[in-house]
Design a protein around this ligand. Structure first.
Ligand code: PEP
Length: 250
């Protein structure tokens, strides 16, 4: 049985008061025991206080990014070891906003993934095609490049320790969701790529999340697909009731 995961990416939203009241609402509405791992990824400055507010729950803390460097003169950067010592256990890498707005390459995604694994945290490695790439028939080429460039830099144990998120760029923050059939097709393709690199056992055990306008209304049909093991949730993770409802959609 693969771990089911619902992770919330708060992006650059919430001031301190809003972050703390969202965490308090999650804490009061959280009911454990479902076997679904919930993760929230607040902006860096709120990680410690959100962690404290959620400490009575089993909700884990994630971060939205980290530096590819270990330490030193890198003004404005936050290292993986800093995040680990702040109580973070998951870190998003390769989000399409980082790739497109900050020119992060496949090589950067691998470097960060290795730093995260080096601190015993779980990388959530995001991949996904743009609408133009999909419509020009390049879907498999793009997904294959993004997946293999990370997986080829990891050993088998490291591959078995990551989580992948398939996030079609055209579905992120747009209200357009991939249909369950479209998402399942790509998830199965990703699992076949993993299997080709590290074998069926690792491929069968690795959680692959769907992300892109996932909400309480469409989560159940997506999560019912055999290769979809949960979601990476943007907008809908900013409302406690919606986020909890999504995590109850298996
Ligand atoms: C995301 O940014 O990872 C995401 C899935 O956003 P949204 O749910 O808002 O589309």
């Amino acid at each position: 049985m693969r771990q089911k995961i619902v992770a919330g990416n708060w992006k650059m939203n919430t001031n301190r008061e809003e972050a703390e009241s969202l965490a308090a609402a999650l804490s009061s509405q959280f009911i454990g025991g479902s076997g679904v791992k919930m993760v929230v990824c607040p902006p860096f400055p709120w990680i410690m206080s959100v962690n404290q507010l959620l400490s009575v729950t089993e909700i884990a803390i994630g971060a939205q990014n980290c530096s590819g460097q270990s330490s030193g003169a890198f003004t404005g950067e936050v290292s993986a070891s800093m995040l680990a010592s702040a109580g973070v256990s998951y870190v998003i890498t390769g989000h399409s906003e980082r790739r497109s707005l900050y020119n992060e390459s496949d090589a950067d995604v691998l470097t960060k993934t290795l730093k995260i694994l080096g601190e015993n945290m779980t990388p959530i490695v995001c991949v996904g095609e743009t609408l133009q790439e999909r419509e020009s028939g390049r879907l498999e080429e793009i997904i294959s490049r993004q997946i293999t460039s990370v997986l080829n830099g990891l050993n088998k144990d490291q591959i078995a320790s990551i989580v992948i998120a398939y996030e079609p760029v055209w579905a992120i923050g747009t209200g357009l969701t991939a249909s369950p059939e479209q998402a399942q097709e790509v998830h199965a393709f990703i699992r076949s790529l993993i299997s080709g690199i590290s074998g069926a056992e690792v491929a069968d055990s690795l959680p692959i999340l769907y992300g892109g306008s996932c909400n309480p209304g469409n989560a159940a049909s997506l999560f019912a697909c055999p290769d979809i093991d949960g979601g990476l949730i943007g907008g809908a993770s900013l409302k406690a009731a919606d986020f909890i409802s999504i995590s109850n959609s298996f």
